[in-house]
Design a protein. Structure first.
Length: 259
């Protein structure tokens, strides 16, 4: 574990060194291509004072907290509803065959394409971003769960029938643990997608959050703040993925799901 941590730290240090050298050698415009030192200084200012020149006085921790609350709400709603519906549709193949063409038409549409309707219906604020996150996470999880249920070995159902286990108990007590690994992979995939579209949703339909801070930095022509926010978004996404990996491993080890 510690070796992996060292590799991660070394990779970050190398990138920062190359970035700093590139800024020094090319003598690039510090405003358009700020050095890591300049970005680090601006990060401290964002963290303690907020964006200079902005109409918003929210600091970076405030934007992070708001974005995480929106993300948690949309992602958890998408995960719970998609898993439940996926288990049901996966166990009802004829119903899924009827619904699948509709899902395949809606699924490729980028969630932000729904944004004009969402803003018109719900106004600006938290709801548009939450709905965008929900849409981004819902379909990958749903289709993955349905596919996993449909590929469960028939032996599970035979054993359940031989012991007189009901359909609902079979679905949640036998099928769900059997496909836990596939569900966990779908949750990780949806997490990345949802986090990306959180930023997109906040760029248009919100007055706070990391996506809003991206647009605010651009409008203020503060590219150092823009890069600091982008790096913050990437680091948080990396941490969230790591937490989900840890949770999956803990559940698999202690409860035995997916084993």
């Amino acid at each position: 574990m510690w070796k992996k941590g060292i590799r991660v730290i070394v990779s970050f240090v190398v990138v920062l060194l190359v970035w700093q050298i590139a800024c020094t050698v090319t003598n690039a415009n510090a405003t358009l291509f700020p050095s890591p030192v300049k970005v680090g200084e601006e990060f401290v200012k964002l963290f303690t004072q907020g964006l200079e020149g902005s109409t918003s006085h929210v600091t970076l921790p405030g934007h992070i907290r708001i974005s995480l609350l929106r993300f948690a709400t949309g992602y958890v709603l998408a995960a719970v509803s998609a898993i439940l519906l996926g288990l049901i549709l996966g166990s009802l193949p004829k119903v899924f065959q009827f619904i699948n063409p509709i899902l395949q038409i809606i699924r490729p549409i980028a969630p932000v394409a729904f944004l004009p309707f969402i803003v018109f219906w719900f106004g600006i604020g938290d709801v548009p971003a939450i709905v965008i996150i929900f849409i981004a996470g819902f379909f990958p999880i749903l289709l993955s769960v349905v596919a996993a249920v449909q590929h469960v070995d028939e032996i599970y159902y035979k054993i359940a029938n031989s012991f007189g286990v009901g359909k609902v108990k079979t679905l949640f007590g036998i099928v769900f643990p059997a496909i836990f690994t596939q569900i966990a992979n779908a949750l990780r995939l949806a997490l990345g997608t949802s986090w990306i579209f959180l930023v997109s949703g906040e760029m248009v339909g919100a007055q706070s959050g990391l996506g809003f801070l991206i647009m605010d930095s651009k409008n203020c022509m503060r590219f150092d703040a823009l890069l600091a926010t982008m790096i913050t978004i990437g680091v948080i996404g990396f941490i969230l993925d790591g937490l989900l990996r840890f949770a999956e491993k803990a559940i698999s080890t202690k409860i035995g799901f997916g084993v």
